[in-house]
Design a protein around this ligand. Sequence first.
Ligand code: SAM
Length: 234
Amino acid sequence: MDERRWRERAGSFGAAADVYERSRPAYPVEAVRWLLPTGAQRVLDLGAGTGKLTAVLLDLGLDVVAVEPSEQMRAYVPARAQALAGTAEQVPLPDASVDAVLVGQAFHWFDRGPALAEMARVLRPGGTVGVLWNVRDESAEWVRALGALVGSGLQDSYVLDPAPGLSEPERQDFSYQQSLDADQLVDLVASRSALLTMPEDERVALLQRIRGLAPAEEPFVLPYRTEAWRAVRV
Ligand SMILES: C[S@@+](CC[C@H](N)C(=O)[O-])C[C@H]1O[C@@H](n2cnc3c(N)ncnc32)[C@H](O)[C@@H]1O
């Protein structure tokens, strides 16, 4: 993807923040626990969107700062978190001020070198970087058909790179399930950056085909493999 298209897609989410909030999955709590250091208290959710990961962190009793560039997305972040305007490349927090920096489904949109330097800067020694992605599990026929229509997205870039100041990244996978109805499945696809930046006639035609794939019995389950990566601030 060229630089202009990448920026267009990275900045597209706010236009459909409501659709995003009502259709996107959260994250398995055991994956989130695996990403946190022992005794974590104050945690940064970077590229927080509408706060899907923020909500999981709040439910674990953590003090959460959510940094997100889009004002429309940030408006949905739960009020119990501190929501700040900012980007991964310029995090509006002091040095060594958080125990963990977590990133849900957003690391592939960051400019990785500057973002990893910022993540290392705001972490205290022994703190963790944790990034995670929900990837559709295509063992069911209808999910394979869904994948054939919408593509595998940017999965090749779903990796935490080694970086100065951080230990060698480790990966662990977790299972996750999202319960949906047909309207939510259509919204889930409609909230993807590729659709948000697609010509309207193509978008409408694709969403009609997606609706045709939804299992008849509602609610149905969309299975995921959650790919989690962590590294420790040395
Ligand atoms: C697919 S959403 C993920 C949102 C949320 N973390 C979640 O788990 O649902 C990607 C988010 O990354 C944000 N984003 C894009 N580029 C960014 C950057 N350079 N720094 C921080 N956030 C960015 C977008 O505005 C969007 O909210």
